[in-house]
Design a binder for this molecule. Structure first.
Ligand code: SAH
Length: 238
């Protein structure tokens, strides 16, 4: 067998852009891409990458791979095992057997839907849907999603075989009024999609939470609680 040497080569890469997302903080972001369909998301690019030439033909693709940096994960000593939230936070798995953000090099990969290629002052911005990324996430690269290569319909997905269960979400009148006042398109739908996936840690799933929780979308704090496995949006702090 070939002897394996430890790698001490430092690789330095520069982000090509950043994600503009309604997720103002990590809490409540869906745990994978393509799980929300509302919200205003853009991929924005820095000079010289934002030239229309670099994106010529991209509109022919419906979906893109976004390679990004989990920039909000602190750089720590390598931990070979992680506890995936999907398994309730109690079971350990090898980091490379998971999609955990707590990994060496902090590199993430998400599939997103391309809605529109927009050009403002000769700079490209890609309107997308379905990102699981916090606002200002650095983008390292993007590539078109190619169905016949990337979609393996008989693949085994280990411990992650089904999408999260969706719970019902209700709103108080005051919350509905404030949502309307923001004039953010489809804001109620976005809140419903995000909350319905139960953003609480897995050990709280299935339990009521009489005390109030908050989650930040578009820098607006949304106050909610859980009763009989239903979410109630109580208020918005505008
Ligand atoms: N689809 C990607 C990301 C999965 S983890 C992949 O498989 O690589 C998704 C979680 O990462 C989100 O729920 C959010 O909590 C977290 N996250 C999103 N953007 C982040 C960022 N910039 N820094 C750190 N964590 C982030």
């Amino acid at each position: 067998m070939t002897e394996i040497f430890s790698v001490d080569t430092n690789i330095s890469i520069n982000p090509i852009g950043f994600v503009q997302s309604p997720f103002s903080e990590k809490f409540a972001i869906p745990r994978q891409s393509s799980l929300v369909h509302n919200g205003i998301f853009y991929l924005r690019f820095y000079k010289p990458f934002n030239t229309p030439q670099a994106f010529m033909g991209i509109e022919e693709f419906s979906h893109l791979w976004v390679c990004f940096l989990f920039h909000q994960v602190p750089i720590k000593k390598f931990a070979p095992m992680v506890r995936p939230p999907r398994l309730g936070g109690n079971t350990q798995k090898g980091v490379f057997a998971t999609r955990s953000p707590f990994r060496p090099n902090r590199i993430g990969l998400s599939v997103v839907k391309l809605l529109a290629v927009e050009e403002h002052n000769n700079e490209i911005a890609l309107r997308i849907e379905g990102a699981d990324l916090v606002d200002k996430t650095p983008i390292l690269d993007i590539k078109p999603y190619i169905k016949f290569v990337d979609s393996i319909t008989d693949a085994n997905s280990g411990y992650a075989t089904v999408p999260p269960k969706i719970l019902p979400v209700d709103f108080t009148n005051i919350a509905l009024e404030k949502i309307k006042a923001t004039q953010i398109p489809n804001f109620k739908k976005l809140i419903t999609e995000v909350l319905g996936q139960d953003p609480r840690p897995a050990y709280l799933h299935g339990q009521d939470s009489a005390h109030c929780h908050g989650m930040m979308l578009y820098n607006i704090n949304i106050i909610w609680q859980v009763c009989n496995n239903r979410f109630m949006v109580l208020d918005l702090e505008l």
